[in-house]
Design a protein around this ligand. Structure first.
Ligand code: HOZ
Length: 429
């Protein structure tokens, strides 16, 4: 059992002045119970808590740290930028460089606008879609999470689902009525909405891999079929690549699944651990944004030089060799876990897309959030706490995805499989 004395004290202190003691609900361990370790530092594949315990980290700040923690060259470039000032509220050359890197990699991105978070990116993208089409309604998928903008907090995944609040109080009925819900991996549910509301739907927004209810890949031609429905009905198709962008392939899901998106949203990896987001897409659409067009969107710190530097330095290191390594690591880990599951006939199944993975406490199939809801959450919690006690840090919810970084070595993955195997053994399942 790891000692979390300092973390406990910090949590008590934090809870007095920060709601729940945390600045984002997923960090609070609400559904798994116990005290979250307060993190003191990270290096490569590891983090250390305030009691000196070391963990192999599969959260990676919820996705951004694809190079691992405190990558020396990213830190050095950021330090250099910092010396010249932290923010100007005026254009800088580095913003062009990051935008060029995004556009060069993502097939459907012809123009890009930098913002400060994934939430800002998705909020801005749907405003743009509504501004262009003059339509109000938007289709999202049950269990997809697109940040905490009002329109998205309807059947939302991630922390909202974990806390049992997929529809947040505070979202007005007026806003909620414009969010239409479809089922992930169920094209009939999308077609049904188009039949009913065809000339009212501004856009369909989707996580191409549903990474906020665990990791669920799209099946069959699901994404292509949505593309077709959007084209036929004059609606924009928005790929929310905040999680998948520059993570599952050099050009993200846009490239991997060969989907012609109208708009795309980004975050996480493009900030290399700093707060950033972006939305992009076809030039003809992006030129509707102010100051070129009438759709307004702005930000004091948008394109912040420090965040942009970290993003550039991160993307620079993500060449094909890096994606091959991420794929190898993901496949190696999944294959070892599958042997463990098969040899012991454990009631578990897993999904993986590159370096994104999830282990579900269910025999499956897992096609969408409805299937995830059938998982054995009690067992997930036991498993989670055994891992935490033994130095493996995964997200504290069955409704989240694991991330392998370039810093994870075979030895880290072997150790993790070993600890997972011990956890499952002592759980007696
Ligand atoms: N999308 C992340 C969780 N799945 C965001 C992290 C957060 O909500 O704090």
């Amino acid at each position: 059992m790891k000692r979390l004395i300092n973390s406990q004290q910090l949590m008590e202190r934090a809870q007095k002045i920060i709601p729940g003691g945390v600045n984002s609900p997923v960090r609070a361990f609400k559904s798994v119970g116990g005290t979250p370790p307060f993190i003191m530092k990270g290096a490569g594949a590891y983090i250390w808590d305030e009691d000196g315990n070391r963990y192999i980290d599969f959260v990676g700040s919820w996705g951004p740290l694809i190079l691992g923690h405190a990558h020396p060259e990213v830190i050095s470039a950021v330090s250099h930028t910092l010396k010249n000032g932290t923010s100007f509220g005026a254009p800088t050359e580095k913003e062009i460089q990051l935008a060029e890197m995004i556009i060069e990699r993502v097939p459907s991105a012809e123009m890009v606008r930098l913002v400060n978070s994934g939430t800002e990116a998705t909020m801005s993208a749907i405003r743009l879609a509504r501004g262009i089409t003059g339509r109000d309604k938007m289709v999202k998928f049950d269990g997809c999470y697109h940040g905490h903008g009002d329109s998205f907090l309807i059947a939302a995944g991630s922390g909202a689902m974990t806390l049992g609040e997929p529809d947040s109080p505070g979202v007005t009925a007026g806003t909620a009525k414009d969010t239409l819900l479809a089922k992930f991996n169920n094209i009939e549910s999308v077609a049904g909405l188009f039949e009913k509301f065809n000339d009212q739907i501004a856009c369909v927004i989707i996580e191409p891999v549903n990474g906020n209810v665990g990791c669920i890949p799209p099946q069959n031609n699901f994404l292509q079929d949505i593309r077709e429905l959007c084209t036929r009905n004059g609606s924009l198709f928005i790929l929310d690549e905040v999680m998948t962008g520059f993570r599952i392939a050099r050009g993200g899901a846009n490239e991997l699944y060969n989907i012609d998106a109208d708009l795309l949203t980004f975050g996480k990896v493009i900030g290399g651990g700093f707060p950033i987001g972006a939305y992009g897409g076809k030039k003809a659409f992006m030129e509707h944004i102010a100051p070129v067009g009438p759709v307004y969107q702005a930000g004091t710190l948008s394109g912040n030089p420090v965040a942009v530097t970290a993003g550039i330095e991160t993307l620079k290191r993500l060449d094909q060799k890096a994606y091959d390594q991420l794929e190898d690591s993901g496949a190696y880990f999944a294959q070892k876990m599958q042997s463990l599951i098969d040899e012991n006939d454990y009631p578990l199944m897993q999904h993986r897309v590159g370096s994104m993975f999830s282990l579900f406490f269910s025999k499956g199939p897992i096609r969408n959030v409805d299937d995830v809801k059938q998982c054995d959450f009690e067992r997930f919690n036991q498993f989670f706490h055994y891992l935490l006690d033994n130095g493996v840090y995964i997200a504290p919810s069955q409704y989240e995805t694991g991330f392998i970084s370039l810093a994870h070595q075979k030895e880290d993955l072997d150790n993790t499989v070993h600890i997972m195997s011990e956890a499952l053994k002592q759980m007696n399942i």
